[in-house]
Design a protein around this ligand. Structure first.
Ligand code: ZN
Length: 319
């Protein structure tokens, strides 16, 4: 692992699911016309539309923020590469099921790309199962090109930055979120996060999981194949470098959010989506508030781990 700084670990506030259910129900109602938050048995995530290599989101849940945007901008640090198998050990959970949002390993792909990590890491007597997708800009037409990571490469490496949820991948009870018709300005993820931040102002909570945009469209970005040769110093410069697209449901989105940074220089929310129709990337928000429908499954993490935290930091490019 390219990591040089020592991993930091902070315990999070992880309330019971029934308490969280009520808090999230009340909060989401401020941003969506129809909201139903429930505690349910996690659906089998090996089935459609997920096709994950683990059944559920339960068992020693934790989140991690690896590397960071300061390794991408103002100028890229290409030596920053991480292995999810190593990360799972750093998270004291070897063999973990990992999902979230990350940069692809540019050294291996020979280009920059968005990574949608979905990986059952290696364990004694069992190889890793990498079900990740990655999206790049298709040089033929400038559009989104989504591919299976395992078609290009058998490992579980990623580059520069990653916001990951890790657990044992066991079945069990989770929070189910159903939301339709967005009435506020916040994305589903920001709405969840600010709800927790507002209800627990003195505490840090984190959720990880997966949600489906069942109807509507969403705004995403994909990083260009080439890293920027000139320094990107402002959010405007970053946004001019990124390629933005509007993509269609159904989209399967992997999300990590932290209500309040406990002093670890975290990216407090990060979501990447893939689809079975060739579109995927970094999710911002739906673009069809009147018709959008969300269905998600989340679980509260007990710990956050900060791995290879950049010593020189900034707040540019964290949307
Ligand atoms: Zn991203």
């Amino acid at each position: 692992m390219a990591g040089t700084s020592k991993t930091e670990k902070v315990q999070l506030h992880a309330p019971g699911l029934e308490e969280l259910r009520g808090v999230l129900q009340a909060g989401l109602e401020k941003n969506f016309a129809e909201v139903q938050v429930s505690v349910v048995e996690c659906p089998d995530l090996t089935k459609e539309p997920f096709h994950f290599p683990a059944k559920g989101l339960c068992g020693n849940p934790r989140v991690t923020d690896v590397g960071g945007v300061p390794y991408l901008i103002p100028l890229v640090k290409k030596d920053k590469e991480y292995d999810m198998n190593t990360i799972s050990k750093e998270l004291e959970l070897p063999g973990a099921f990992i999902l979230g949002a990350a940069g692809a390993a540019s050294r291996i792909l020979g280009m920059n790309a968005e990574l949608m990590p979905v990986c059952l890491t290696e364990a004694e007597g069992r190889p890793a199962v990498n079900s990740s997708y990655f999206s790049s800009i298709n040089p033929a037409d400038g559009q989104c090109l989504q591919e299976k990571y395992s078609d290009k490469y058998s490992g579980c490496n990623f580059g520069l930055l990653g916001n990951l949820y890790a657990c044992e991948g066991k079945p069990g009870e989770v929070i189910e979120v159903r939301a339709k018709k967005r009435t506020g300005d916040l994305s589903l993820v920001t709405s969840l996060r600010t709800t927790l931040e507002g209800h627990y102002p003195e505490k840090s909570l984190a959720l990880g999981g997966s949600f489906i945009i069942q109807r509507g469209k969403a705004k995403i970005h994909i990083m260009p194949r080439e890293f920027s040769a000139c320094p990107l110093n402002t959010d405007d410069e970053v946004n001019n470098w990124l390629k933005h697209f509007e993509v269609s449901a159904p989209l399967i989105c992997q999300s990590v959010l932290v209500s309040r940074d406990p002093g670890l220089d975290l990216r407090v929310e990060h979501t990447h989506c893939f689809s079975h129709h060739g579109e995927g990337g970094h999710y911002y928000i739906d673009t069809t508030p009147d018709s959008v429908e969300y269905l998600g499954y989340f679980f509260p993490a007990e710990f956050v781990y900060r791995i290879d935290r950049p010593t020189e930091t900034h707040t540019v490019g964290r949307d």
